[in-house]
Design a protein around this ligand. Structure first.
Ligand code: 5GP
Length: 204
């Protein structure tokens, strides 16, 4: 019998909504979920470690990864490249483990084209004012970057329509509970289990 594959879960939403925080909180809850480390050309922020938060690359290195088709998806976002290395994603789901990609909206839509069976979750800010204060509160961006990010965020919220699930990030722990519930429900989907129970249930 074919081994059950892990879920490819995409957690997306506007920058500053708290995707990173929600993802790391989720990792503490459920050890079967792996976290995909993206490649980027953006400079590391204070405290970020190469290979842990991101694989930090030059533009030339990143473009070589695109050329060699090493990325599942990539996007240019506020002047930098971001992309998901494909090999780790494939290995993880083939080994039966779930993987989460924390990526922005354009990339998420590209993943949907290649992996329509993925689980697409949109993390929603409680309000635009709250989103702005979170971006400002991080204190790492200039006013110009903040305004650019707010404009991108408004367009991104429109994309909510293209997702399977919408999770409000009013409180991190509540958002985590909602995502865990989605993951459990997805594992119970008939389409995913029919193969496993084929000896007991006749497939039409
Ligand atoms: P930041 O610079 O704040 O770490 O990330 C900026 C945006 O890029 C965030 O919305 C983040 O989710 C997104 N991002 C991070 N990694 C990837 C990736 O591999 N692909 C895509 N498309 N977006 C990413």
């Amino acid at each position: 019998m074919e081994k059950e594959k892990g879920l490819l879960i995409v957690l997306s939403g506007p920058a500053g909504v708290g995707k990173g925080t929600v993802c790391s909180a989720l990792r503490k809850h459920d050890t079967n979920i792996q976290y995909s480390v993206s490649a980027t050309t953006r400079a590391p922020r204070k405290g970020e470690v190469d290979g842990v938060n991101y694989f930090f690359k030059s533009r030339e290195q990143f473009e070589a990864m695109i050329e060699k088709e090493e990325l599942l998806e990539w996007a240019e976002y506020v002047g930098n490249y971001y992309g998901t290395p494909i090999q780790y994603v494939r290995d993880t789901i083939d080994s039966g483990k779930d993987i989460i990609l924390e990526i922005e909206v354009q990339g998420a839509l590209k993943v949907r084209e290649r992996f329509p069976e993925g689980v697409f979750i949109f993390l929603m800010p409680p309000s635009l004012a709250e989103l702005r204060s979170r971006i400002v509160g991080r204190g790492t961006e200039t006013e110009e970057v903040i305004n650019k990010r707010m404009n991108v965020a408004k367009e991104e919220i429109e994309m909510m329509k293209k997702y399977d699930y919408v999770v409000e990030n009013d409180e991190v722990e509540l958002a985590v509970e909602r995502i865990k519930a989605i993951v459990i429900a997805e594992h119970c989907k008939r389409e995913r289990l029919i193969e496993k129970y084929h000896q007991l249930v006749e497939v039409e």
